[in-house]
Design a protein around this ligand. Structure first.
Ligand code: SF4
Ligand code: SF4
Length: 299
């Protein structure tokens, strides 16, 4: 099994992988060049879409479930794996491979990727990897740099087509993926975790729903008193009803407010005392003990 994607992962795995990349890989910048082309004529065509760990970001899930015309809940049940490990601070979501002996990606067709224009970020980026060094004062906002991945048996590297890194990124249309990837990384590497706090199972579920399971989060937002208690722009509320990206934007603000205690949401004056009381309970429960479920928090 191989790995693709470095945006998320469990704490120790992510740290080990990053250290290895930082010390062993040549750092590339946007103008550096490499040779690569993947097309149906290469002898290895389609062989790399089997038995591979592909980490999915919330935006990958958003794009794929929209592409397939299903809810995020259905997508996560059918196409994702949610490994649970002891050192996990935030949710980890992997693309689920087929369960037969080929272990092919469920989106693989004879012609190649069946969801090509909505394929996940790691599939777009290959053979370019992205890493962030940890050598700056604020801990994780280190230098971003690119490196080249050369999977064994990948004949694309023998092709004459030359790219600069920037040309490759433009060709693969990764801008929106990068933007959302950074937003998610800011959550998953938040100082809340560096300070030794942990999410209780109920809070982990809230984090997961507000970022990955947007259809469930929409039910929470519109089926609770949340919008009565917080001052949210009417236009934004309307957008959230229909548009998953708007909802994800709200989900990020909600996680920052409800789990990390940042002032990203404005409380309506009449609800101030009630919200303050819930926040105080939340601060206490992030240190130890059980917490309210998302549904209870909304009540
Ligand atoms: S999503 Fe597409 S490119 Fe990615 S592993 Fe599956 S078939 Fe391959
Ligand atoms: S192994 Fe490389 S060249 Fe072959 S199909 Fe995969 S990405 Fe393309």
């Amino acid at each position: 099994m191989t790995e693709r994607g470095n945006a998320v992962g469990t704490g120790d795995q992510r740290e080990l992988l990053r250290e290895k990349i930082i010390h062993e890989q040549s750092r590339l910048g946007p103008r550096d060049t490499f040779r690569f082309r993947c097309h149906p004529g290469v002898s290895c065509f389609n062989t790399c879409c089997s038995d591979v760990n592909i980490f999915l970001s919330p935006y990958d899930v958003l794009r794929l479930k929209k592409r397939l015309g299903i809810t995020s809940t259905e997508f996560l049940e059918k196409y994702a794996l949610l490994p649970v490990q002891r050192d996990m601070t935030t949710p980890v979501v992997l693309l689920r491979m087929g369960e037969d002996e080929t272990k092919n990606c469920q989106f693989l067709t004879e012609e190649g990727c069946g969801v090509y224009s909505d394929r996940p970020w790691p599939c777009r980026m290959y053979p370019v990897g992205l890493a962030t060094s940890r050598d700056t004062e604020d801990g994780w906002r280190g230098d971003r740099f690119f490196f080249l991945l050369e999977e064994e048996g990948c004949m694309g590297h023998q092709e004459p087509k030359e790219w600069t890194i920037q040309e490759w990124l433009d060709d693969q249309e990764v801008d929106a993926y990068d933007e959302w990837g950074e937003a998610y990384k800011e959550l998953s590497l938040h100082k809340f975790f560096e300070e030794g706090n942990e999410l209780t199972p109920a809070k982990m579920e809230m984090f997961f729903n507000a970022t990955y399971d947007l259809d469930k989060f929409r039910e929470f937002v519109f089926g609770s008193t949340l919008l009565d208690r917080f001052d949210v722009d009417e236009q934004f509320i309307h957008e959230m009803e229909l548009d998953d990206e708007a909802l994800l934007r709200f989900g990020v603000l909600w996680v920052r407010f409800a789990l990390f205690g940042e002032p990203t949401m404005k409380v309506k004056p009449q609800a101030a005392a009630e919200v303050q009381e819930k926040l105080e309970k939340r601060v206490l429960s992030s240190k130890s003990g059980p917490s309210m479920s998302p549904r209870e928090e909304a009540s």
